[in-house]
Design a protein around this ligand. Structure first.
Ligand code: HEM
Length: 487
């Protein structure tokens, strides 16, 4: 029997969305709230109406429909004639899309997307101008090239302009990637190993040991967050935030980061209705984060003989061989902030799910421990990339955990370009948004029998079968926008 799916991994994202909605309803309407004639129920109804109108009229109209938006007759005609109307999916489309969004805000969109694909197939229309796809070829096609650019959704991750993750400027992305990739080669990462061990793994083990000796329960997600922030602090900002050592009185960096990403989501959600004065706390946190990054960069630049080969140093000295371009201070600040956002939560949540699965499956835990003890007979030995590479069960456990809980279960949205696209026998006009249903593909029973079960052994199979499974496993995405930190 299929195991029920646990809560989605992107709870923080849902929480951010809910916060965004709450703020839009409360902080955003102080004047209305102060009028005695308005009860809370009135405010709630009014904000829901405004929100629904906003969602229906603007967010779900891709550019090719916007031109006709003022003429409603034409709009209905267009809707009937739209090539997208042939694609299966829940109807009416506007309502389905709202239900999906509401599910997303409460954190249930993962289960909803899986159920909808089960009912309608590998390509489903989910909005006026959007479809979800769960077929491996479709997903690899839209993620696999720059032809299908990122959508407006990624603007939520832009801070003071572009960065590698959020940019929709392909030329900028190419140069920026060439500048950043040298910081992620095996030898560059090898240089970081002693730092990762000393500032991260060893200190985490100490904290866990202390709690174990005291017989205290631990919050694994919190500890993994502290560890990943400390590591990114060391490598991208040049100094640890020392969160693992600080107990309750922690550096506010995690708070700043969440406020910054929540601000991006709110800005995205409100579109032209957005104004910075609506979100003073988020703006304050962003300013502090930016100031912290600027100081880190200034401190490093004041050390011309710095011998550290960390990511910050690599970005300061990076030169693009093709164009001779270097990174401006703004670029470096934007990228180190982005690295902190892209590299901490993702890794901490993945590690937490992995521990969750291992604790639920003691036989897998025992087998993994045996492999680790064989590779590292002395508990205090430093971990090394080469040794870790030759631990097949460890890789199997991580792949299986990320198969069941990919950090982006659905999303990774891309836009159909000018010339349109035929996918799964359906024509998608320019401007259609295509969302990859990665989680649904990861649960394909033909590729992963007993798909919802945690079975690391499935990855210890023949090379041919492994190849097929790897093709259906895109936790880090694929193509030119795949994760730079995946090694
Ligand atoms: C388990 C950990 C991680 C997972 C599952 C993960 C997943 C992903 C995914 C799915 C994308 C593609 C996003 C999209 O197209 O919308 C991505 C992109 C990216 N990731 Fe990661 N990531 C992880 C860790 C990291 C780390 C540790 C770093 C850096 C320190 C990092 C830096 C980036 C960057 C810079 C991009 C943008 C790449 C580009 O657009 O060219 N990630 N990641």
């Amino acid at each position: 029997m299929d195991k029920p799916l646990s809560k989605p991994v992107c709870l923080h994202a849902s929480a951010a969305c809910v916060t965004a909605l709450q703020s839009a309803c409360t902080v955003g309407m102080p004047a209305l709230l102060s009028l005695p004639a308005w009860s809370w129920a009135d405010v709630l109804v009014a904000s829901t109406v405004v929100y629904v109108i906003w969602q229906v009229r603007i967010v779900h109209f891709p550019p090719y429909l916007l031109a006709n938006e003022t003429n409603h007759i034409q709009l209905i005609k267009h809707e009937i004639q739209s090539p997208l109307s042939k694609i299966p999916g829940p109807r009416p489309v506007v309502l389905a899309s709202l239900v999906y969004r509401l599910n997303r805000y409460v954190g249930d969109d993962r289960a909803n997307v899986i159920a909808i694909h089960k009912k309608y197939g590998p390509i489903v229309r989910t909005g006026r101008g959007s479809v979800w796809v769960s077929d491996v070829d479709m997903i690899r096609k839209i993620l696999g090239s720059h032809n299908y650019n990122k959508t407006y959704y990624y603007d939520a991750f832009r801070f003071d302009g572009d960065n590698l993750f959020a940019t929709r400027d392909v030329a900028y992305h190419r140069v920026q990637k060439r500048l950043m990739l040298p910081a992620y080669t095996p030898s560059a990462l090898g240089n970081l190993e002693p730092l990762l061990y000393e500032m991260g793994v060893r200190r985490l083990a100490d904290v866990i040991r202390e709690h174990a000796v005291a017989g205290e329960a631990i919050d694994l997600l919190d500890l993994f967050h502290c560890m990943t922030f400390d590591i990114i602090g060391e490598v991208a900002f040049g100094k640890s935030f020392n969160l693992l050592d600080q107990g309750e009185k922690k550096h506010p960096i995690i708070k700043w980061m969440y406020a910054t990403t929540a601000h991006g989501v709110k800005k995205n959600l409100l579109g032209p209705l957005y104004h910075p004065s609506l979100f003073p706390k988020n703006i304050e946190a962003m300013d502090k984060l930016r100031e912290f990054a600027m100081n880190a960069l200034a401190e490093r630049k004041a050390m011309p003989d710095c011998k550290r080969q960390d990511t910050l140093q690599q970005l300061i000295t990076a030169v693009d061989e093709e164009t001779g371009a270097t990174m401006s201070d703004r670029d470096i600040i934007a990228e180190i902030i982005l690295l902190m956002i892209a590299g901490t939560d993702t890794t901490a949540i993945t590690l937490t799910w992995t521990m969750h699965f291992l604790l639920e499956h003691p036989e897998a835990m025992q087998r993994l421990l045996a492999e680790i003890k064989a590779a590292y007979p002395d508990a205090g030995t430093k971990t090394e990339h080469d040794t870790i590479q030759s631990m097949p069960y460890l890789e199997a456990v991580l792949r299986e955990s990320m198969r069941l809980r990919p950090i982006v279960p659905q999303g990774l949205s891309r836009v159909v370009p000018e010339e349109g696209l035929t996918l799964g026998g359906y024509y998608l006009p320019a401007g259609t948004l295509v969302y990859s249903s990665i989680q649904t593909m990861h649960l394909n029973p033909e590729v992963f029998p007993d798909p919802t079960a945690f079975k690391p052994e499935r990855w210890l199979t023949s090379p041919d079968q492994l190849e097929i499974m790897k093709r259906h496993w895109v936790t880090f995405s694929v193509g030119p926008r795949a994760c730079i930190g995946r090694k």
